[in-house]
Design a protein around this ligand. Structure first.
Ligand SMILES: Nc1ncnc2c1ncn2[C@@H]1O[C@H](COP(=O)(O)OP(=O)(O)O)[C@@H](O)[C@H]1O
Ligand SMILES: [Mg+2]
Length: 243
């Protein structure tokens, strides 16, 4: 079953054309790796999938619903199903870890305070963050901040998770933790897109990968196919030969 279907997505900022017609499909429970040079438009695609950006033209279907024309009120329901893990974690600096995680639950669920506390403790434990409830984001390492950001994104049990460079700048321990979490969510049937420059992580968790070059998908294939391909655009990207 196709969960995400991006059709002829075009996006320009003023006279700057970024996407010239992107087509992507992601099936239920699949993780699609989206790679490409800095500034090629990976984050804009993810933001468009939750309606934070509007395409200049084209369609974005999520569960068969074209979300491109929806207004902010209509997008609330989409954002409950689709979680976006921001590049920097995007935690609220003035709130504790617990308050950061409680925020979506208080906004969008009818859980009691006790249920919320239990869910937060369970989620933090699952990320190796036990005991960090009362800490402020600024006192956490970069790796912990990213894990808290991911914990907050998935605490609503989303059907789709969009990861924007979740392992950028992380040490091997934190990178491994994030990989494990992505695989665990995938095993539960979560559909995802992983934007990354971290090729070992992409090869470890993605079922398929797509490379953006000059505003279009230059190459797409299963991770296995791409591993064996020695002359395509993806190979050049991975080895740095195209740049
Ligand atoms: N709000 C914006 N206004 C103008 N240009 C933007 C905006 N957001 C992104 N861009 C431009 O679009 C291009 C793609 O950005 P982005 O999706 O962030 O790239 P990346 O692939 O590195 O994630 C970049 O050239 C960027 O400068
Ligand atoms: Mg980006």
């Amino acid at each position: 079953m196709v969960i995400i279907d991006v059709k002829d997505f075009k996006k320009s900022f003023g006279s700057k054309v970024v996407h010239r017609g992107i087509n992507l499909k992601v099936n239920k429970g699949e993780c699609l790796g989206l790679v490409g040079g800095s500034g090629c438009g990976k984050s804009v695609i993810l933001r468009s999938l939750i309606g934070l950006e509007k395409p200049t033209s084209g369609e974005i279907f999520i569960h068969g619903q074209n979300i491109a024309p929806l207004n902010e009120t209509q997008l609330v329901d989409v954002r409950k199903k689709v979680a976006y893990v921001f590049q920097g974690g995007a935690l609220f600096d003035s709130m504790t870890v617990e308050e950061n995680l409680a925020y979506p639950l208080k906004e969008h669920t009818t859980l009691t305070l006790e249920q919320i506390k239990r869910k937060i403790t369970d989620t933090l434990n699952g990320f190796g963050l036990q005991g960090s409830e009362k800490l402020m984001p600024a006192s956490l390492s970069g790796g912990m901040q990213k894990r808290v950001g991911l914990a907050r994104a998935i605490i609503m049990d989303p059907e789709v998770v969009l990861y924007d460079e979740p392992t950028a700048g992380l040490d091997p321990f934190n990178t491994k933790k994030i990989q494990e979490k992505i695989l665990e969510l995938k095993a539960k049937g979560v559909t995802s897109i992983l934007v990354t420059h971290d090729m070992p992580t992409a090869f470890a968790v993605c079922d398929r990968m797509a490379l953006i070059l000059n505003g279009v998908i230059a190459q797409e294939g299963t991770t296995e196919q791409l591993k064996l391909d020695h002359k395509g655009a993806m190979k050049n990207f991975v080895t740095g030969e195209a740049w």
